[in-house]
Design a protein around this ligand. Sequence first.
Ligand code: UDP
Length: 236
Amino acid sequence: MEKMEQLYEGKAKRVYATADAEKVIVSYKDDATALDGLKKGTIAGKGAINNRMSNYLMQILEKQGVKTHFVEELNDRETVVKKVSIVPLEVIIRNISAGSFAKRYGVEEGIVFDEPTVEFSYKNDDLHDPLINSYHAIALKLATKEEIEEIKAMAFKVNEVLKEYFINLGVKLVDFKLEFGRLSDKTLVLADEISPDTCRFWDAETNEKLDKDRFRRDMGGVEDAYKEMMHRVFGE
Ligand code: UDP
C-alpha cells in the first residue's frame, strides 16, 4: 500500500491518504512535545520504537477481543491503520498515582490503587485539553452515553491485558492515555498509539522511569529508556 497526499501532521505523527478510502498510513516522527507544547525536542529512534511497540501491543489486544485500528506494519516507522474519526477525548487509566493526579490531589507519586481509575480530557489544544466528566462530554456531543460506556469498558479491558503483559517483563504499568475512533459504520476501535510517549512505565524492582517523563522532567537518559522498553518487549 502506497502513501498518497498528507492529510494531517500532528506533534508526533503524520497521516497520509491511501487508495483505499477506509485506510490511512501513519508515519511516526522522532519529535517530542510536552508541557502543553511548551517543551519541544527530538528523541532519536523514538518514531520506530513507538510504531513497533504500539503495533505489537494492539495485536495482543486484538487477540484478547479489543478492536483496534491496526491493519499492517509497512516498515519501522509506517503503519496502515483503519481510517477513523477520533472521539475528541483523552481516556486516562491509572493504577498508581503519578503526574497530574499526584499534583491535582496533593499526594505523592507511587500510591498503588485498589482499583484502577478512569478520567477524560477534552482534546482541544485551544482550551489546553481540560479535564471533563462524562456528563459534560455527552452534553457537548463529543460522544454518546453508549459510546462512553463502551469506551470505559474497552479502556479497563486494555488495562487488564497490558498490566499483566508488562509485569511479566518486569515493568509496572503506572498509567496511560488512550484514544478511540469511529469507523465509517460507527464501530468504536482503539486508535492512536500505546507507547512510552503515552504510558508511564516503571521498572518493577527499582521504580526507574522508562518513559517520556524523562523528557518532560529533563532527567536525561531519554533515548536509553525508550531502548530499554524496546528491549523488554522485543528482546532486541
Ligand atoms: N498522557 C498522554 N498525553 C497527554 C497527557 C497525558 O499520553 O496529552 C499520558 C501520560 O503519558 C501518562 C498519562 O497519560 O501516562 C497520565 O498523564 P497525566 O494526566 O498524569 O499528565 P502529565 O503529568 O503527563 O501532564
